[in-house]
Design a protein around this ligand. Structure first.
Ligand code: BG6
Length: 486
């Protein structure tokens, strides 16, 4: 019985990346500067200030980065030079047997400032080549329209998504790429991890926090604009592409109550609601009633246009994608509200081991998440990110023995199989950073997630040679056996 796969036979096994963390070539091919090009390298361990670590950018920092382009290290500008290595990299994905490759399109490659009327043909051509290369091997592309970047001009001119004009500008971008790739791409995600704007307004929404009075107000106003933009993109996709599958995505961080104390339980429920708020709107097409009170209590009043209700209703997604890295602990305490949506919570779960970057490792939390999400939405689910950021050692013979990564991914796959047995409709799994890339949060190269090692250090030195890790051969077997051979 153990030799029979629990995964459906057309299960989409693969890997995921984001344009801004791999492409490099930040000024080539007519690309404009993007918000991610202005994310400076910060080693959270350098000053021992892990807990105070922020991946926001302030208006003062941005001004400095624009005036003195060489003042700091900006690793996302060089990525892993996928722009020039995509053929080699996709060939390696194909060698592992990928059925799907989750990638994103850089908005600033298509509309360098976001304001142009006509797209940049050279940018569109680049993605034609990447997508064609995938199709050549029978790899299904899954395209994220917006993954943590946008033209920096939109931050300078509008302070990002807090401004309503972003809706129309994004719609222009979305419709352009949908029209261009409609015959090649069937799977789409509109926004990566929409809930993470609550943690970093700059990364998620291109907003400079020091320029807004009420951060929560700015976060929810920005995400309202993203909900509307996402719904418009969904509608356009359905009109343009027969059989399209278009989804939303959140960073799923399941909150457990610290104890059986009812107040702790209530706090966990509230934390989970604040996360579910995002797919609640994108799956059901309307704001959930529980947010009325939250908005009132936090002095949030969202400006909506009259047509927004209809737009949301007519732009419901087909599936819910999640990234899954960790769970969270909720407790009834003074700063509970603040911690409810925190990525790095100071409340530790004594039953879980931590990664080298202090992220709690919780495979069963993935099963719990999938069951709860499916109970709530009854639409197909997709695990669009999951993986272990760790320091790897390149041995003298160019091997990399990353058994810790194999153990991590194996346990998560086992829990996905259990969730499927529990009745969940799960359609795909793309591990994060299937090839080593620049970390989103810290811009480190040394925080590696890949099955493929890229020879480059945090400062950007190295040959950029690609090497297969032990996990590469292991994942190939997993895919080949449809998740049986773990
Ligand atoms: C997800 C993001 O939140 O986590 C990715 O969608 C990111 O872009 C990943 O890289 C891992 O985070 P980090 O900070 O370790 O790169």
């Amino acid at each position: 019985i153990d030799n029979i796969s629990k995964f459906p036979k057309d299960f989409l096994w693969g890997g995921a990346t984001a344009a801004n963390q791999i492409e490099g070539a930040y000024l080539e091919g007519g690309k404009g500067l993007s918000t991610s090009d202005m994310a400076a390298y910060k080693d959270p361990y350098a000053k021992g200030d892990v807990d105070n670590f922020t991946f926001n950018v302030s208006s003062i920092e941005l001004e400095k980065y624009l005036k003195e382009p060489d003042c700091c290290l900006f690793p996302k500008r060089w990525g892993i030079d996928f722009y020039h290595h995509y053929k080699e990299d996709i060939a390696l994905f194909a060698e592992m047997g990928f059925k799907v490759y989750r990638m994103s399109i850089s908005w600033a490659r298509i509309f360098p400032t976001g304001l142009e009327n006509e797209p940049n043909e050279e940018g569109l051509l680049f993605y034609d080549k990447v997508i064609d290369e995938c199709l050549k091997y029978g790899i299904e592309p899954l395209v994220t329209m917006s993954h943590y970047e946008m033209p920096i001009t939109l931050t300078e001119k509008y302070n990002g998504w807090v401004h309503r004009d972003l809706v129309g500008l994004f719609e222009k971008f979305a419709v352009t790429i949908l029209k261009r790739y409609k015959d090649k791409v069937k799977y789409w995600i509109t926004f990566n991890e929409m809930n993470m704007s609550l943690n970093s307004l700059y990364t998620g929404a291109g907003v400079l926090e020091d320029l807004v009075d009420n951060k929560l107000q700015a976060a929810y106003q920005s995400t309202h604009h993203q909900f509307v933009a996402s719904a418009l993109a969904v509608k356009a996709a359905k009109e343009l592409i027969k059989d399209v599958k278009i989804g939303c995505m959140i960073n799923q961080i399941e909150a457990y109550a610290k104890t059986t104390k009812p107040q702790d339980q209530l706090q966990a429920l509230k934390s989970n609601q604040l996360n579910m708020f995002f797919p609640d709107i994108q799956v059901r097409g309307e704001y959930p009633s529980y947010m009325d009170r939250y908005f009132r209590d936090n002095n949030i009043s969202i400006e909506m246009h009259e047509e927004d209700k209809d737009i949301l209703k007519n732009g419901c997604v087909d599936f819910v994608a999640i990234s899954y890295y960790m769970s969270h602990v909720s407790e009834d305490r003074e700063d509970a509200a603040e911690l409810a949506t925190a990525f790095d919570s100071p409340i530790k779960n004594e039953y879980l081991e931590m990664s080298q970057w202090n992220w709690p490792i919780d495979p069963i939390g993935l099963r719990i998440s999938l069951i709860k999400l499916y109970d709530r939405y009854q639409v197909p689910l997709f695990v669009a990110e999951n993986g272990l950021g760790a320091k790897d050692v390149l041995e003298a013979d160019n091997t990399i023995h990353d058994q810790y990564r194999i153990d991590y991914i194996k346990k998560h796959i086992q829990e996905m199989a259990e969730a499927i047995e529990d009745g969940v409709e799960l359609i795909g799994y793309t591990t994060w950073g299937c090839i080593d890339l620049i970390s989103c949060g810290t811009s480190q190269m040394s925080k590696r997630y890949g099955f493929i090692y890229v020879d480059q250090d945090d400062e950007g030195n190295g040959t950029l040679n690609r090497y297969r890790k032990d996990s590469f051969y292991w994942y190939k077997k997993v895919i080949d056996s449809n998740g049986v051979n773990l």
